[in-house]
Design a protein around this ligand. Structure first.
Ligand SMILES: *Cc1c(COP(=O)(O)O)cnc(C)c1O
Length: 387
């Protein structure tokens, strides 16, 4: 039996042609394709601005910098995320802390967040930024988080790496109605791909300008924005310590072509999730569901086991699936369990629901191109594993 991976890209002939066209054009980087991609992202997300970057990790770093995160500051995120969310905070030399998740959604728990904010207010340790993560493409309760941000004075960066094509209250994730900046990833396992790549959307012209500048060495080329006198036709200024986080034209062309099929991809993912829902309904497991008033992009299909109903351990079930060529994954190990974070003060951290999630969650294969037969095979192996 062939191996079924947990995720994989879908590349069409149009995608290939669009990349070839760029290779034959004048620009491989810093040309018109990136601008077209950014415009297409704004159009899809209903955002005013978009900054393309060479990864979502870079885009998260730019977002934190644009909001002024630095030494002495604190930022919070979910422990159930890819390490890059927390790392972006550390790149700015700010302190990280983690808010426990809800076991029903896998996303930041609003009740835990409220309690932690109240406690931080008393101790003078309120965060400057909170980075909610839309796990698996299921939107967080953004309105609640936004209302808390007004009350406690923090900014919001959405890590929507899983959530392009998702909706919250009938509006696209990425419109930044409840956040300052929203970041998407285009790694091949995500909803659409640019091989490597990411983007940050915002409605704030100032945040856009800072992110754009920092993504290209902190260099300013517009005369009206110069700090010093224009010294000649060759002149530009490096005004801040920026980075080379630019997306190439090749990546952008692939991204624009992929965006044409985004709605289709997300529809297919929802249909596949629906079929899993039906096929799994008699098994002794729970399924992470999108919150009311939202539409998931279904980057991940996550089940949690309940040891009350299963004889075998989570570890044994996971191993059985892998042995039988079902490419299950565990997204994610709580970030604070990694040696880097354990060695930076989190050795004794144990957030109740994050721990529970870690010992019960399994992500089943889900990608455009997963066939009905493959889904039946996944369910049949899982059923045997649970016995
Ligand atoms: C994939 C991912 C990232 C990082 O994305 P890259 O584009 O690979 O840098 C960040 N956060 C989450 C939640 C992710 O899944």
């Amino acid at each position: 039996m062939t191996f079924i991976p947990y995720g994989r890209q879908n590349i069409s002939n149009e995608d290939i042609d669009s990349v070839i066209d760029v290779l034959k054009s004048d620009f491989l980087t810093q040309g018109p394709a990136v601008k077209r991609f950014e415009a297409a992202i704004c159009n899809h997300c209903d955002s005013k601005y978009a900054v393309a970057a060479n990864s979502a990790t870079s885009a998260l770093h730019l977002a934190c910098l644009a909001l002024g995160l630095g030494p002495g500051d604190i930022a919070w995120t979910s422990p159930i995320t890819f390490v890059a969310t927390a790392n972006a905070i550390r790149y700015c030399q700010a302190e990280v802390d983690f808010v426990d998740i809800s076991i029903k959604t896998g996303n930041i728990c609003i009740k835990s967040l409220k309690e932690k904010l109240e406690d931080a207010k008393i101790h003078g340790t309120l965060p400057k930024i909170i980075l909610p993560v839309h796990l698996g493409g299921n939107s967080c309760e953004m309105e609640d988080i936004y209302n808390l941000s007004l009350q406690y004075g923090f900014k919001i960066i959405e890590d929507a790496s899983h959530a392009i094509g998702a909706k919250y209250k009938n509006e696209p994730v990425g419109n930044c109605l409840y956040s300052s900046i929203c970041v998407f990833s285009f790694h091949p396992v995500k909803i659409i791909t640019t091989a490597e790549g990411g983007v940050a959307t915002t409605n704030d012209q100032k945040l856009f300008a800072i992110m754009k500048m920092l993504s290209s060495h902190g260099i300013e080329r517009e005369q009206e924005n110069f700090e010093f006198e224009n010294d000649g036709p060759w002149y530009y200024e490096q005004q801040q310590l920026g980075y080379n986080y630019r997306m190439t034209e090749i990546q952008a062309a692939l991204g624009t072509s992929q965006l044409n099929r985004l709605n289709l991809f997300v529809e297919i993912r929802n249909q596949l999730a629906e079929r899993y829902n039906t096929l799994l309904s008699d098994l002794p497991i729970k399924i992470l569901r999108p919150i009311e008033d939202s539409y998931s992009s279904y980057h991940l299909y996550i089940i949690t086991l309940d040891d009350k109903y299963t004889k075998k351990s989570h570890r044994d079930i996971f191993q059985y699936l892998r042995k039988n060529n079902i490419g299950v994954s565990l997204n994610y190990i709580p970030v604070y369990k990694n040696p880097y974070y354990a060695n930076s003060g989190f050795r004794n951290m144990k957030l109740e629901n994050a721990e529970k999630y870690y010992t019960s969650a399994i992500c089943l294969p889900l990608f455009v191109g997963l066939t009905e037969d493959m889904q039946h095979r996944v369910i049949s192996v899982l059923t045997k594993a649970l016995l």
